[in-house]
Design a protein around this ligand. Structure first.
Ligand code: NAI
Length: 344
Protein backbone atom coordinates (compact mmCIF):
# COMPACT_ATOMS: atom_id res chain seq x y z
CA UNK A 1 0.00 0.00 0.00
CA UNK A 2 1.58 3.28 -1.11
CA UNK A 3 1.13 6.76 0.38
CA UNK A 4 2.23 9.86 -1.59
CA UNK A 5 3.38 12.34 1.04
CA UNK A 6 3.44 16.03 0.03
CA UNK A 7 5.19 19.15 1.35
CA UNK A 8 7.66 16.97 3.25
CA UNK A 9 10.03 18.51 5.76
CA UNK A 10 12.85 16.70 7.57
CA UNK A 11 10.86 16.53 10.81
CA UNK A 12 7.84 14.98 9.01
CA UNK A 13 9.99 12.21 7.58
CA UNK A 14 11.68 11.51 10.92
CA UNK A 15 8.41 11.11 12.83
CA UNK A 16 6.45 9.33 10.08
CA UNK A 17 9.26 6.84 9.36
CA UNK A 18 9.46 6.01 13.06
CA UNK A 19 5.68 5.52 13.38
CA UNK A 20 5.47 3.67 10.04
CA UNK A 21 7.73 0.90 11.38
CA UNK A 22 4.51 -0.28 13.13
CA UNK A 23 2.32 0.06 10.00
CA UNK A 24 4.48 -0.97 7.05
CA UNK A 25 3.31 1.39 4.29
CA UNK A 26 5.46 2.42 1.35
CA UNK A 27 5.66 6.18 1.92
CA UNK A 28 6.92 8.18 -1.06
CA UNK A 29 8.01 11.58 0.21
CA UNK A 30 7.71 14.63 -2.06
CA UNK A 31 9.04 18.04 -1.11
CA UNK A 32 6.58 19.72 -3.48
CA UNK A 33 3.21 20.93 -2.26
CA UNK A 34 0.14 19.17 -3.57
CA UNK A 35 -1.59 21.10 -6.37
CA UNK A 36 -3.15 20.29 -9.77
CA UNK A 37 0.32 19.93 -11.34
CA UNK A 38 1.91 17.75 -8.67
CA UNK A 39 -1.15 15.54 -8.15
CA UNK A 40 0.27 13.24 -10.85
CA UNK A 41 3.08 12.24 -8.46
CA UNK A 42 0.42 10.26 -6.60
CA UNK A 43 -0.09 7.84 -9.50
CA UNK A 44 0.14 4.32 -8.10
CA UNK A 45 -0.60 5.48 -4.55
CA UNK A 46 -3.80 4.58 -2.73
CA UNK A 47 -3.62 7.55 -0.34
CA UNK A 48 -2.07 11.01 -0.20
CA UNK A 49 -0.89 12.72 2.94
CA UNK A 50 -1.33 16.51 2.79
CA UNK A 51 -0.74 19.54 4.98
CA UNK A 52 -2.12 23.03 5.62
CA UNK A 53 -0.89 24.81 2.50
CA UNK A 54 -1.53 22.02 0.01
CA UNK A 55 -4.15 22.89 -2.60
CA UNK A 56 -7.01 20.42 -2.34
CA UNK A 57 -9.35 22.28 -4.65
CA UNK A 58 -11.49 20.63 -7.31
CA UNK A 59 -8.73 20.38 -9.96
CA UNK A 60 -6.32 18.63 -7.60
CA UNK A 61 -8.97 16.28 -6.24
CA UNK A 62 -10.10 15.38 -9.76
CA UNK A 63 -6.51 14.55 -10.73
CA UNK A 64 -6.07 12.43 -7.60
CA UNK A 65 -9.27 10.50 -8.28
CA UNK A 66 -8.25 9.97 -11.92
CA UNK A 67 -4.94 8.58 -10.67
CA UNK A 68 -6.70 6.06 -8.45
CA UNK A 69 -6.22 7.75 -5.08
CA UNK A 70 -8.98 6.83 -2.64
CA UNK A 71 -8.06 8.75 0.48
CA UNK A 72 -6.77 12.21 1.44
CA UNK A 73 -5.17 11.94 4.88
CA UNK A 74 -4.65 15.46 6.20
CA UNK A 75 -1.89 15.59 8.81
CA UNK A 76 -3.43 18.71 10.36
CA UNK A 77 -6.61 19.80 12.13
CA UNK A 78 -7.77 22.61 9.82
CA UNK A 79 -9.36 21.69 6.48
CA UNK A 80 -10.27 25.01 4.87
CA UNK A 81 -8.04 24.09 1.88
CA UNK A 82 -10.30 21.19 0.77
CA UNK A 83 -13.16 21.42 -1.73
CA UNK A 84 -15.45 19.10 0.19
CA UNK A 85 -18.39 19.45 -2.19
CA UNK A 86 -16.26 18.03 -4.98
CA UNK A 87 -14.74 15.38 -2.71
CA UNK A 88 -18.10 14.03 -1.54
CA UNK A 89 -18.82 10.59 -2.95
CA UNK A 90 -15.49 10.64 -4.83
CA UNK A 91 -12.63 10.61 -2.32
CA UNK A 92 -12.63 10.31 1.47
CA UNK A 93 -10.93 12.95 3.62
CA UNK A 94 -9.63 12.28 7.12
CA UNK A 95 -7.76 14.62 9.42
CA UNK A 96 -6.06 14.81 12.82
CA UNK A 97 -8.61 16.71 14.90
CA UNK A 98 -6.39 17.10 17.94
CA UNK A 99 -2.72 16.36 18.30
CA UNK A 100 -1.72 18.83 20.94
CA UNK A 101 -3.94 21.78 21.74
CA UNK A 102 -1.28 22.62 24.35
CA UNK A 103 1.37 23.13 21.66
CA UNK A 104 -0.72 25.78 19.87
CA UNK A 105 -2.02 27.47 23.02
CA UNK A 106 1.50 27.65 24.49
CA UNK A 107 2.81 29.17 21.26
CA UNK A 108 0.04 31.79 21.34
CA UNK A 109 1.05 32.60 24.92
CA UNK A 110 4.72 32.77 23.85
CA UNK A 111 3.84 35.26 21.11
CA UNK A 112 1.93 37.38 23.61
CA UNK A 113 4.68 37.36 26.25
CA UNK A 114 7.41 38.07 23.72
CA UNK A 115 5.45 40.96 22.24
CA UNK A 116 4.44 42.47 25.55
CA UNK A 117 7.91 42.27 27.13
CA UNK A 118 9.77 42.94 23.85
CA UNK A 119 11.93 39.85 24.34
CA UNK A 120 12.77 39.70 20.63
CA UNK A 121 14.22 43.19 20.78
CA UNK A 122 15.93 42.63 24.16
CA UNK A 123 17.60 39.47 22.81
CA UNK A 124 19.03 41.34 19.84
CA UNK A 125 20.16 44.27 21.99
CA UNK A 126 22.06 42.31 24.62
CA UNK A 127 23.83 40.22 21.98
CA UNK A 128 25.21 43.52 20.72
CA UNK A 129 26.11 44.61 24.28
CA UNK A 130 23.32 47.20 24.12
CA UNK A 131 21.90 47.07 27.64
CA UNK A 132 19.51 50.01 27.28
CA UNK A 133 15.92 49.41 28.43
CA UNK A 134 14.43 52.33 26.53
CA UNK A 135 11.41 51.20 24.51
CA UNK A 136 11.08 47.85 26.27
CA UNK A 137 8.26 48.73 28.70
CA UNK A 138 5.45 46.19 28.85
CA UNK A 139 2.35 45.87 31.05
CA UNK A 140 1.28 43.39 33.72
CA UNK A 141 -1.03 40.77 32.27
CA UNK A 142 -2.34 40.18 35.81
CA UNK A 143 -5.71 41.88 36.23
CA UNK A 144 -6.08 42.69 32.52
CA UNK A 145 -8.68 41.19 30.19
CA UNK A 146 -8.04 38.52 27.58
CA UNK A 147 -10.67 38.04 24.88
CA UNK A 148 -10.66 34.56 23.36
CA UNK A 149 -12.44 33.99 20.04
CA UNK A 150 -13.25 30.29 19.71
CA UNK A 151 -13.46 28.11 22.81
CA UNK A 152 -12.68 24.67 21.39
CA UNK A 153 -9.72 22.55 22.39
CA UNK A 154 -7.01 25.16 21.79
CA UNK A 155 -9.05 28.15 22.97
CA UNK A 156 -9.74 26.47 26.28
CA UNK A 157 -6.06 25.58 26.84
CA UNK A 158 -5.21 29.20 26.10
CA UNK A 159 -7.88 30.37 28.57
CA UNK A 160 -6.36 28.18 31.30
CA UNK A 161 -2.94 29.73 30.64
CA UNK A 162 -4.35 33.26 30.73
CA UNK A 163 -6.20 32.50 33.99
CA UNK A 164 -2.88 31.29 35.37
CA UNK A 165 -1.53 34.79 34.78
CA UNK A 166 -4.44 36.20 36.76
CA UNK A 167 -6.24 37.63 33.74
CA UNK A 168 -10.00 38.05 33.40
CA UNK A 169 -11.16 36.09 30.40
CA UNK A 170 -14.02 36.94 28.04
CA UNK A 171 -15.02 34.36 25.45
CA UNK A 172 -16.89 34.49 22.18
CA UNK A 173 -18.09 31.42 20.31
CA UNK A 174 -21.29 30.95 18.29
CA UNK A 175 -21.44 27.45 19.81
CA UNK A 176 -20.58 28.02 23.50
CA UNK A 177 -19.21 25.09 25.48
CA UNK A 178 -21.95 23.48 27.56
CA UNK A 179 -21.66 23.37 31.36
CA UNK A 180 -18.55 25.51 31.43
CA UNK A 181 -17.75 28.40 33.73
CA UNK A 182 -16.54 30.51 30.81
CA UNK A 183 -17.74 34.08 30.64
CA UNK A 184 -19.31 34.31 27.17
CA UNK A 185 -20.09 37.71 25.69
CA UNK A 186 -21.02 39.00 22.24
CA UNK A 187 -18.19 39.70 19.81
CA UNK A 188 -18.60 43.49 20.07
CA UNK A 189 -18.30 43.40 23.86
CA UNK A 190 -15.20 41.20 23.64
CA UNK A 191 -13.62 43.57 21.13
CA UNK A 192 -14.38 46.63 23.27
CA UNK A 193 -13.26 45.21 26.63
CA UNK A 194 -10.17 43.13 25.86
CA UNK A 195 -6.55 44.20 26.37
CA UNK A 196 -5.44 41.08 24.53
CA UNK A 197 -7.40 39.21 21.85
CA UNK A 198 -6.44 35.72 20.72
CA UNK A 199 -8.14 33.90 17.85
CA UNK A 200 -8.78 30.15 18.14
CA UNK A 201 -11.57 29.38 15.68
CA UNK A 202 -11.44 27.66 12.30
CA UNK A 203 -11.58 29.66 9.08
CA UNK A 204 -14.96 29.14 7.43
CA UNK A 205 -16.74 30.87 4.58
CA UNK A 206 -18.75 32.81 7.20
CA UNK A 207 -15.87 34.25 9.20
CA UNK A 208 -13.39 35.19 6.46
CA UNK A 209 -11.84 38.53 7.54
CA UNK A 210 -13.57 38.36 10.92
CA UNK A 211 -11.00 40.95 11.96
CA UNK A 212 -11.40 43.85 9.53
CA UNK A 213 -11.43 47.67 9.58
CA UNK A 214 -14.87 47.71 11.20
CA UNK A 215 -14.09 45.21 13.96
CA UNK A 216 -10.67 46.78 14.58
CA UNK A 217 -12.39 50.16 15.11
CA UNK A 218 -14.36 48.55 17.96
CA UNK A 219 -11.22 47.36 19.79
CA UNK A 220 -9.67 48.96 22.83
CA UNK A 221 -6.83 51.29 21.77
CA UNK A 222 -3.49 49.53 22.21
CA UNK A 223 -4.95 46.00 22.16
CA UNK A 224 -2.58 43.11 21.45
CA UNK A 225 -3.87 40.74 18.79
CA UNK A 226 -2.68 37.12 18.53
CA UNK A 227 -3.61 34.79 15.68
CA UNK A 228 -2.49 31.18 15.60
CA UNK A 229 -5.57 29.95 13.70
CA UNK A 230 -5.72 30.83 10.01
CA UNK A 231 -4.47 33.93 8.18
CA UNK A 232 -7.77 34.50 6.35
CA UNK A 233 -9.44 35.37 9.65
CA UNK A 234 -7.66 38.75 9.56
CA UNK A 235 -7.77 41.35 6.80
CA UNK A 236 -4.01 42.03 6.71
CA UNK A 237 -4.30 45.48 5.18
CA UNK A 238 -6.76 46.54 7.89
CA UNK A 239 -4.37 45.06 10.49
CA UNK A 240 -1.51 47.11 9.05
CA UNK A 241 -3.65 50.28 9.17
CA UNK A 242 -4.65 49.45 12.76
CA UNK A 243 -1.01 49.06 13.78
CA UNK A 244 0.05 52.25 12.02
CA UNK A 245 -2.74 54.26 13.67
CA UNK A 246 -1.90 52.79 17.10
CA UNK A 247 -5.36 51.28 17.58
CA UNK A 248 -3.59 47.92 17.71
CA UNK A 249 -0.63 47.93 20.09
CA UNK A 250 1.00 44.80 18.72
CA UNK A 251 0.31 41.69 16.69
CA UNK A 252 1.60 38.16 17.26
CA UNK A 253 0.93 36.12 14.15
CA UNK A 254 1.66 32.49 13.42
CA UNK A 255 -0.43 32.57 10.26
CA UNK A 256 -0.85 35.01 7.39
CA UNK A 257 -3.52 35.06 4.70
CA UNK A 258 -1.01 34.91 1.85
CA UNK A 259 1.31 32.45 3.57
CA UNK A 260 0.88 29.53 1.14
CA UNK A 261 3.80 30.32 -1.20
CA UNK A 262 6.05 31.73 1.49
CA UNK A 263 5.83 29.91 4.81
CA UNK A 264 7.92 26.83 5.60
CA UNK A 265 10.52 27.86 2.99
CA UNK A 266 13.75 29.86 3.13
CA UNK A 267 12.96 32.99 1.10
CA UNK A 268 15.82 35.01 2.56
CA UNK A 269 17.54 35.52 -0.79
CA UNK A 270 14.41 36.63 -2.61
CA UNK A 271 12.73 39.98 -3.18
CA UNK A 272 9.41 39.85 -1.32
CA UNK A 273 6.66 41.10 -3.62
CA UNK A 274 4.02 41.14 -0.87
CA UNK A 275 4.11 44.78 0.32
CA UNK A 276 1.70 44.20 3.19
CA UNK A 277 3.84 41.41 4.61
CA UNK A 278 7.00 43.49 4.13
CA UNK A 279 5.42 46.45 5.97
CA UNK A 280 4.12 44.26 8.77
CA UNK A 281 7.56 42.75 9.29
CA UNK A 282 9.16 46.19 9.36
CA UNK A 283 7.18 47.15 12.48
CA UNK A 284 8.81 46.56 15.88
CA UNK A 285 5.48 45.54 17.44
CA UNK A 286 4.78 42.72 14.98
CA UNK A 287 6.03 39.24 15.68
CA UNK A 288 5.54 36.68 12.95
CA UNK A 289 6.31 32.98 13.08
CA UNK A 290 5.96 30.62 10.15
CA UNK A 291 2.88 28.55 11.09
CA UNK A 292 4.93 26.70 13.69
CA UNK A 293 2.54 26.70 16.66
CA UNK A 294 2.02 22.94 16.27
CA UNK A 295 5.72 22.13 16.21
CA UNK A 296 6.49 20.16 19.35
CA UNK A 297 7.82 16.61 19.65
CA UNK A 298 4.60 15.52 21.34
CA UNK A 299 2.46 16.96 18.56
CA UNK A 300 4.59 15.40 15.79
CA UNK A 301 4.30 11.97 17.44
CA UNK A 302 0.52 12.34 17.73
CA UNK A 303 0.18 13.61 14.15
CA UNK A 304 2.08 10.63 12.72
CA UNK A 305 0.22 8.14 14.96
CA UNK A 306 -3.27 9.46 14.19
CA UNK A 307 -2.62 9.92 10.45
CA UNK A 308 -1.35 6.38 9.93
CA UNK A 309 -4.12 5.08 12.23
CA UNK A 310 -6.70 6.87 10.03
CA UNK A 311 -5.17 5.23 6.95
CA UNK A 312 -5.21 1.80 8.66
CA UNK A 313 -8.92 2.24 9.46
CA UNK A 314 -9.72 3.26 5.89
CA UNK A 315 -8.06 0.32 4.21
CA UNK A 316 -9.30 -2.16 6.83
CA UNK A 317 -12.87 -1.04 6.06
CA UNK A 318 -13.41 0.22 9.60
CA UNK A 319 -15.40 3.26 10.71
CA UNK A 320 -13.53 6.54 10.16
CA UNK A 321 -13.69 8.48 13.40
CA UNK A 322 -11.80 11.39 11.86
CA UNK A 323 -13.52 11.65 8.50
CA UNK A 324 -14.94 15.04 7.48
CA UNK A 325 -17.29 16.11 4.70
CA UNK A 326 -19.16 19.32 4.00
CA UNK A 327 -22.33 17.84 5.45
CA UNK A 328 -20.60 17.25 8.80
CA UNK A 329 -20.20 21.03 9.08
CA UNK A 330 -23.35 22.31 7.47
CA UNK A 331 -25.97 19.61 7.72
CA UNK A 332 -25.16 17.58 10.85
CA UNK A 333 -26.76 14.14 10.61
CA UNK A 334 -27.21 14.46 6.81
CA UNK A 335 -24.34 12.16 5.89
CA UNK A 336 -24.12 8.50 6.81
CA UNK A 337 -21.29 8.98 9.29
CA UNK A 338 -23.33 8.40 12.42
CA UNK A 339 -24.91 5.24 10.99
CA UNK A 340 -22.06 3.64 9.04
CA UNK A 341 -19.00 5.38 10.45
CA UNK A 342 -18.22 6.85 7.03
CA UNK A 343 -19.50 10.01 5.35
CA UNK A 344 -20.48 8.11 2.18
P1 NAI B 1 -11.97 23.11 17.78
O1 NAI B 1 -12.81 22.56 16.68
O2 NAI B 1 -11.73 22.28 19.00
O3 NAI B 1 -12.58 24.51 18.26
C1 NAI B 1 -12.94 25.54 17.39
C2 NAI B 1 -13.96 26.42 18.11
O4 NAI B 1 -14.20 27.56 17.29
C3 NAI B 1 -15.32 25.71 18.31
O5 NAI B 1 -15.72 25.85 19.67
C4 NAI B 1 -16.24 26.46 17.38
O6 NAI B 1 -17.58 26.53 17.88
C5 NAI B 1 -15.60 27.84 17.36
N1 NAI B 1 -15.99 28.67 16.23
C6 NAI B 1 -16.40 28.30 15.00
N2 NAI B 1 -16.67 29.40 14.25
C7 NAI B 1 -16.43 30.48 15.06
C8 NAI B 1 -16.53 31.87 14.88
N3 NAI B 1 -16.93 32.42 13.72
N4 NAI B 1 -16.20 32.68 15.91
C9 NAI B 1 -15.79 32.17 17.09
N5 NAI B 1 -15.69 30.85 17.33
C10 NAI B 1 -16.01 30.02 16.32
O7 NAI B 1 -10.60 23.52 17.09
P2 NAI B 1 -9.16 23.68 17.78
O8 NAI B 1 -8.48 22.36 17.82
O9 NAI B 1 -9.30 24.46 19.02
O10 NAI B 1 -8.38 24.53 16.65
C11 NAI B 1 -8.74 25.86 16.35
C12 NAI B 1 -8.02 26.28 15.08
O11 NAI B 1 -6.62 26.38 15.34
C13 NAI B 1 -8.09 25.28 13.92
O12 NAI B 1 -9.30 25.43 13.18
C14 NAI B 1 -6.90 25.64 13.09
O13 NAI B 1 -7.28 26.61 12.13
C15 NAI B 1 -5.94 26.28 14.10
N6 NAI B 1 -4.73 25.49 14.29
C16 NAI B 1 -3.52 26.09 14.07
C17 NAI B 1 -2.35 25.41 14.24
C18 NAI B 1 -1.02 26.05 14.05
O14 NAI B 1 0.02 25.35 14.01
N7 NAI B 1 -0.93 27.37 13.97
C19 NAI B 1 -2.36 23.98 14.62
C20 NAI B 1 -3.68 23.45 14.88
C21 NAI B 1 -4.81 24.19 14.70
Amino acid sequence: MRIAFYDTKAYDKEYFDRENSRHGYEIVYHEEKLNPKTAVFARGAEAVCAFVNDDLGEKTLRALVENGVQLVALRCAGYNNVDFRYAYNRIHVVRVPAYSPYAVAEHAAALLLTLNRHLNRAYNRTRDFNFSLVGLTGFDLHGKTAGVIGTGKIGRCFIDIMKGFGMNVLAYDPYPAKNSDLHYVGLDELLAESDVISIHCPLTKDNYHLINAETIAKMKPGVYLVNTSRGGLIDSEALLDGLLSGRIGGAGLDVYEEEADMFYEDNSGKIIADDVLARLLSLPNVLLTSHQAFLTRDALENIAGTTLGNIDDFFAGRALANEVCYKCDQEPGACTHEKNGRCF
